[in-house]
Design a protein around this ligand. Sequence first.
Ligand code: NOJ
Length: 985
Amino acid sequence: MSRGHIPSFTWANIFHLCTILCMLITPAVMVKHENFKTCEQSGFCKRNRAYADTALSTSNWNSPYTLDPASIKFNKGVLTGTVLKKLATSDENVRLPLTITFHEAGTARVTVDEERRQKGDIELRHDSKARKERYNEAEKWAIVGGTAVSTGAALSKDADQGTTRVLFGQGSKFEAIVRHAPFGIDFKREGETQIQFNDRGLMNFEHWRAKVEKPEVAAAEGSEENQTEDTAVKTDSGEDESTWWEESFGGNTDSKPRGPEAVALDINFPGYGHVYGAAEHTGPLSLKETRGGDGKYSEPYRLYNSDVFEYELDSPMTLYGSIPFVQAHKKDSSVGVFWLNAAETWIDITKSTSTANPLSLGIGNKVTTQTHWFSESGLLDAFVFLGPTPQDVIGSYAELTGFTELPQHFAIAYHQCRWNYVTDEDVKDVDRKFDKHRIPYDVIWLDIEYTDGKKYFTWDPMNFPDPIGMQKQLDQRERKLVGIIDPHIKNEGGYSIVDEMKSKDLAVKNKEGTIFEGWCWPGSSHWIDCFSPKGREWWKSLFRYDKFKGAAKNMFIWNDMNEPSVFNGPETTMPKDNLHYDNWEHRDVHNINGMTFHQATHDALLARDKDEDKHNVRPFVLTRAFFSGSQRLGAMWTGDNQASWGHLEASIPMLLSMGISGYPFAGADVGGFFGNPDKELLTRWYQAGAFYPFMRAHAHIDTRRREPYLAGEPYTQIIAQAIRLRYSLLPAWYTAFHEASTTGAPILRPNYYVHPGDEKGFAIDDQFYLGSYGLLAKPVTKEGEKGQEMYLADKEKYYDYFDYWMYEGPSTVKVAADLDTIPFLMRGGHIIPRRDRPRRSSGLMKFDPLTLVVVLGNSGDAEGTLYLDDGESFDYKDGAYIHRRFHYQGSTSTLMSEDLGVSGKRTKEYLKTMEKVRVEKIVVVGAPDAWRGKTEVEVSEEQGGKSSAARQVELEYHEREAGKAAWAVVRDPGVQVGAGWKIAF
Ligand code: NOJ
């Protein structure tokens, strides 16, 4: 610049100024996009999208895959054959063994492998020690049942030319029509096509090939940082090989010793307008299209478990966990697909509309949802569920991958966490303050600072000199402690855990086969390899009371950072060419990694408490990373959210998505992790949190303290009310968990699940039902909101939970939502169990009496169930539980309690402990006019199979008031909760 030159004020300057201003006013919390790959930056994603673009823009595209008809065999529910991939440059076909298994449960499984890799007939580059096969052990981790092969499945004689037709499922209502050329499968239910494989011809199986060495220049180009289009290196057949042999991102180079090996398939859902699932993402429950356009994403949904710092909302970016399971839904029909692959996976979604009849003027337009799945390595392995109800699909998926283990009762109550409670005295002080302010809580949590220098299984001697004393104080009110234990083990000589792990050779290895070293909270660290059976055994031993000194019986565990998070690794995780047990590359198992750690800790707690006494307690382990199957091991939470209204709002679709993905024990940090919520936001968050299946407040180390009693009035009281609401409904929550643990049913249920025929409600994801109780909530998630519109899907009566204000569906109604009010309705036809006596912890409510709320609707009948057990042991497996069905029959005005239980060896003993637990109150909402003037009901009990003589008990009838329902109450009918009885009104 010459002297005296006055810079001109250009657009560039204005732009820079704006950028600086924007940085000053927008909060500093923002995901670092540059740390995570876009599809364009992920070699196989880019290749598969390009493949799809070519296929879809080529008229008469011919998928190069055919099923060799001569190879097809069908035996006892299993079809096998060989799919041949035709190569452009050679006459030799690639042989891909195909297996289609038809299961008793009505699911079908399609598995495609690659013969050459299967036989180990390939060469690895860079002297790699990695396995040569495609990873075939995902099922070992994910699948636990539902795989009995259908003996009834049969080949049909009347298949069209060039197809093989298999009938399966009950009454042969399902069919698979396997097309030979090009290879594809149509799955039908009752004659109608529901799911199509390779209909658009996007199937792509990157077969093994040897690298043809290129002149230096091209090779160097191919390894440039964050490759983009410019670096494309073409093979003789015109394919872009720039990311086949090695791939760099953010300063890390992946050596890819097996070359390109992605698998891809297009899966269509003809006639289906909505798809749900593919958790974990922040967007709406009904998944968006991903190929650009107004309001759509331009990136595919990504599944690659990652520690995404300050994650953003409404995004297909990957998060901490992956469940590659989607359900498609249309009026009165649900179907689903589970893509069993643990490698990095992306899913593109598009929708197409076809007009069935040109004269129909839009009526009868059919939307088809088209999905396109691609994974970096492993098998092509997909399960198909043909419905027809949402519960059929979720139930079958849950049968395969396992049900939520019934948690200990404390685990579904309120948890108080922050990073960190700094001393044992601090913990005891918080504990006392909850009591002082009469706010119930069950669990207090310790984050990483409790350890001695981030060495897990140790306590900071200065700040936690007396962990046992601290846990004793908690135990006085039946409260628990949860401590964090992460998978990174501090690399410090003399730390016995790392020394042992090294000497026993139990850590994850780098590509050279020596111990992998990376950076996490403790600084330099190594990672326990829980794929190794010996590693898991050793991990188990660390939790024994004599080993983990200072841990008492009321201490449970939090597993964090298990994606795994590696601060200096590519995309904040492990290099893909790292090696796990049995020399599987990290690339193959990445999305399962977190689950193996969760499993090891879960099993460790099981082992820890086994035989301590005869009532072994159930483990509780929270995880951040997860995969299909993690629901068997404990709760998950949605990681590091922010104290913003947007994050509060986003938590609801995220948790609904977890529920319909078979993992209902899910929560989000109440209050928001990063930042300081103002009091209104904090209050609203507790009101929403009271409906999270896993309800835990948590906060970042840099935030101000925000225990509920610090908020001040009226906030503290309103928050306490929300927590008490949770506690009073614990019998309903526990029953919903029991249902989830036996059927896989979600605990929070979206509209489409409860009303599968109501098209208007298919995309609704800001309100939900709790269990099977017809309890409909729509927590406020917007600042300053005073009223909430709620959508009532069906012709039924709904009542305000608190004041019995009446609403009539189907309609959209406005429900009051002042700061002290949660929009919460009861649908007619249900009976809701509660425990209304406020206590300090849920453990102290164990023998409290129950209240039953009978909500009468249009039919005049109502029903509901109740499940109770000791809330801590596995004795329920021996019959130590109460399972009742309450049924109110309008025609006879009678309320009955029936047993749904099965007697076992501990039934009697348990019932004895519950003998004194009674129903202390029955409230009938929407009480009939005919009860006016009624003052008594007749109560009779079941004794030895007979009814006792009837007793008279007082009834109080409350007249209808403007807008509100009439209601009646019977106080102390004197009946036991675990016994049969009848009340005639
Ligand atoms: C990350 C977790 O997501 C967060 O909840 C925790 O507080 C920190 N790690 C520290 O352990």
